[in-house]
Ligand binder design. Structure first.
Ligand code: 3SL
Length: 236
C-alpha cells in the first residue's frame, strides 16, 4: 500500500516530502493548466523559471517567453499566462519559457522529488492513470497564492486523491487530504459556481479572464502527462 497526501502550499512542502515520492504540482488557475495546454498543442518543451530576471535572460537569447505577475501579462514577454494562447497550434515546435506568481515557484520548490509531474483538472485522469502504475507514494502539491491556500488547487488535488484511494492501492493519513476530498465532492457538479467568491476567481474576473477560468475547469479534456527533469518539462 502507498500513500497519497495533499499539501496546500509550497511553504509546507518540507513537512510532506519523502524519499521515493511522486510529486504532482497543481496550479489550476492557471500555470499548470497553461503548461498542459502548451505541450498538448505542440510546444516541444517548457522551461519553468522562478524569477522575472531569469526569464528575461531567455528573452535576450530569443526564446518564446510567457509570464504574469498578479495575473497580468509581463509587458516585455510575448505571452501572458493563458491556456487559450496555444489552442490554435501557433506555437507548435517552440520551446517555451514561463514564469508565474505561484505555479513555477511551486515547481522549483519540488525539483528534488524522485518524480515531478504537472497536474491540473485538464489532465487529472491522465495523471491518475500514470500514478496507478507507479510503485510510489504520491504528494499532491498545491501552488496556492503567495503562501496561502486556495480552493481550486485543493479541489483538483481532492479529485486525484479520491480516485487513487478508490483504487484501494493508496491510503492517506493527513487531514489536508480529507479536506481536499470533501471539497472536491462538494464542488464536482459545478466547479465554476463552487468557486464563486474564491479569491482567484474574483481576481481573474476583474482582469476579464472568464474564458480562461472556464477552460481550466474542464476536467479531463487533455490526455497528457507533463514530466519535469533537469529544469525542463516535456510530455511523458
Ligand atoms: O500564480 C500563478 O502561477 C498563476 O497561474 C496565477 S494567474 O492565474 O496567472 O494569475
Amino acid at each position: 500500500m502507498h500513500t497519497v497526501e495533499v499539501c496546500f502550499t509550497p511553504e509546507d512542502y518540507h513537512l510532506y516530502k519523502k524519499d521515493n515520492q511522486a510529486v504532482v504540482v497543481i496550479d489550476v488557475l492557471r500555470a499548470t493548466s497553461v503548461i498542459c495546454s502548451a505541450l498538448y498543442h505542440g510546444v516541444s518543451k517548457v522551461i519553468p523559471v522562478e524569477t522575472l530576471e531569469d526569464a528575461e535572460k531567455y528573452l535576450d537569447k530569443g526564446y518564446l517567453v510567457a509570464g504574469e505577475r498578479n495575473g497580468e501579462k509581463v509587458k516585455s514577454f510575448a505571452l501572458g499566462n493563458s491556456p487559450l494562447a496555444f489552442v490554435s497550434g501557433e506555437y507548435h515546435g517552440h520551446e517555451l519559457v514561463i514564469s508565474t506568481t505561484n505555479g513555477t515557484r511551486a515547481i522549483n520548490t519540488a525539483m528534488d522529488a524522485e518524480q515531478l509531474l504537472i497536474g491540473s483538472l485538464l489532465n487529472a485522469q491522465s495523471i491518475i492513470n500514470h500514478l496507478l502504475i507507479q510503485e510510489m507514494d504520491v504528494l499532491l502539491l498545491c501552488s496556492g497564492w503567495k503562501g496561502k491556500t486556495n480552493l481550486e488547487d485543493s479541489i483538483c488535488a481532492g479529485y486525484i486523491a479520491q480516485q487513487l484511494k478508490e483504487s484501494k492501492r493508496f491510503e492517506s493519513e493527513e487531514d489536508s487530504t480529507l479536506i481536499s476530498i470533501n471539497l472536491f465532492e462538494s464542488a464536482q457538479t459545478n466547479p465554476y459556481s463552487f468557486l464563486k467568491g474564491s479569491s482567484h476567481r474574483r481576481r481573474l474576473l476583474k482582469l476579464g479572464l472568464a474564458k480562461d477560468i472556464k477552460f481550466c475547469l474542464k476536467a479531463n479534456a487533455l490526455d497528457i502527462v507533463p514530466y519535469y527533469s533537469s529544469g525542463i518539462i516535456c510530455k511523458l
